[in-house]
Ligand binder design. Structure first.
Ligand code: ADP
Ligand code: MG
Length: 483
């Protein structure tokens, strides 16, 4: 049987974080009452003229810089003509022949585990365009409604080369792009509200064949998991079709999350169907070097660079550094934590951020910037573990207490609850003697060769110390006493 290779290219529509729409002054806020945010331009009254939003252009420049693409000194807005009830102008303003960003790339993690390999996904282009409105088919007593709030909102469409070779790579790309857009502050990334929507173009070919197969485009995937499921289903469908001697026709398909299947929606239209032509109402978009320079000076340190710095500056593994740079808020939290606890505790800080803190945030469904334990508070806690004041187990209790607002700092809670670790050798030795006397049966078991009894004795001593004895010292002393 033939071996097949999956080929995927992705188009993403990212809603830009602008105050107003791409060509009108209407607000971009999501969730307003239908048509409350649609002005004369958005509903396409005759005679209105579009005015380009400078903020949206700056978002595109930021993106171009972040992916190291070429920012076009001159780009052109074009009309993409089609009829649909949610498009009152009869055309969408987009960019066609000359987009604002050309080329560039996004790095993804292709492997898994401690040492994932990196893969470069090349971008073809990114262009500015306006969104269409929405047709509402529910709750209208058998009629349909049109909501033009979304009409004219600013989008950046980002198109990749067909560089991905599996559904996992496609999802990794979508995740990396999503994180990058949020990181540079040009998109809120809210997938439920449609701020980040992907179309996946999928084809298959026999391994070893250089030409691509015919692709089908899966529209509007709004979750990473659905994307992966949809591509897997689609690829299997194409392989089965070809193996049965059938043909794959170029088409647009929809994914149904309920059945996990893709279904053809329409045959694919070609660019010429849209009769693209330059919009005569808009001047060419000119971006000079000064403007790019100014935006460049305001760019944050990018995720890959920050990740590398975490490895060299703090001695973290690539795995930890990648996890901590998944979002700029996480990276910022980690660095603030280290700033309080001291650089030599970086690995310990990393562990706390990625395990205990992450678990609690997850459980409460809270984002790190809303964490109830501040970075400086966690740093203060880590510092007390590092200097031996408290054990890791006590630290977990203090963390929960900090979370619940029992005190302002780890030090305060340690003081209040008397949690300071017992490190005094004489005190620990006294505890050990006490426990050996109180539990002769355990002692006898140990003498009879049961190693488990040793742990039981440690447990008893720790209990007697109310958990505060230094665990290492305790177990060493007990070992010594027992010979
Ligand atoms: P359109 O604008 O009509 O959707 P494009 O040629 O711009 O078409 O391609 C759109 C996307 O499809 C790109 O991301 C591209 O990488 C991808 N693509 C093109 N050909 C293939 C193919 N044979 N298999 C998978 N993806 C493809
Ligand atoms: Mg397309």
């Amino acid at each position: 049987m033939k071996e097949w290779e999956i080929v995927v290219g992705i188009e993403t529509h990212a809603r830009l974080l602008t105050q107003s729409k791409l060509f009108s002054g209407s607000s971009e806020n999501f969730g307003a009452k239908p048509n409350a945010q649609a002005n004369a331009v958005d509903i396409a009254l005759p005679g209105v003229l579009p005015v380009l939003n400078k903020g949206a252009v700056e978002c595109a420049i930021r993106f171009g810089l972040a992916v190291e693409g070429k920012i076009a000194p001159k780009s052109i807005f074009a009309r993409k003509n089609y009829f649909y009830p949610d498009l009152p102008k009869g055309y969408q303003i987009s960019q066609y022949e000359l987009p604002v960003v050309v080329g560039g790339s996004v790095r993804i993690q292709a492997g898994q585990g401690e040492n994932p390999s990196e893969k470069i996904i090349r971008l073809t282009r990114a262009h500015l365009e306006e969104d269409a409105g929405k047709s509402l088919h529910e709750d209208f007593h058998g009629k349909s409604g049109i909501d033009l709030n979304r009409a004219g909102t600013s989008l950046l469409e980002i198109v990749t080369e067909p560089d991905m070779r599996s559904s996992a790579e496609a999802a990794a790309y979508a995740r990396a792009l999503h994180a990058l857009l949020c990181w540079i502050g040009i998109c809120d990334g809210n997938m439920q509200e449609g701020s980040f929507r992907c179309d996946a173009n999928v084809s298959v070919r026999p391994v070893g064949q250089s030409e691509f197969g015919t692709r089908r485009e899966i529209k509007n995937l709004n979750s990473f998991r659905f994307m992966q499921q949809a591509i897997d289903y689609e690829a299997q469908w194409q392989i089965a079709t070809l193996e049965e001697g059938g043909r794959v026709e170029q088409a647009t398909v929809l994914f149904d999350p309920d059945t996990g299947e893709t279904r053809a929606m329409r045959t694919k239209e070609n660019a010429q169907d849209y009769r693209y032509f330059p919009d005569p109402d808009l001047l060419p978009l000119i971006i000079n070097a000064d403007w790019i320079e100014r935006i460049s000076a305001q760019m944050p340190e990018l995720p890959n660079i920050r990740k590398q710095r975490f490895i060299t500056e703090y001695g973290l593994s690539a795995y930890d550094a990648a996890a901590l740079t998944a979002a700029s808020e996480i990276a910022g939290y980690f660095e603030a934590c280290v700033a309080t606890a001291g650089k030599n505790t970086a690995k310990l800080c990393a562990n706390w951020v990625m395990t205990d803190l992450a678990a609690r945030l997850n459980r409460e469904d809270i984002r790190i910037e809303k964490s109830s334990v501040m970075a400086a508070q966690l740093g203060g806690l880590v510092a007390r573990i590092a200097d031996g004041t408290i054990s890791n187990n006590i630290a977990k209790k203090i963390f929960e207490a900090l979370w619940d607002g029992e005190g302002n700092s780890a030090d305060e809670i340690i003081e209040k609850r008397g949690l300071k670790q017992i490190t005094d050798t004489d005190a620990i030795a006294a505890l050990v003697d006490q426990v050996l006397q109180a539990h002769p049966a355990m002692l006898a078991e140990f003498r009879a060769g049961k190693e488990k009894a040793f742990n039981a004795l440690v447990g008893q001593a720790m209990k007697a110390a109310k958990g505060k004895a230094n665990p290492q010292q305790l177990s060493e002393l007990l070992r010594k006493k027992l010979g």
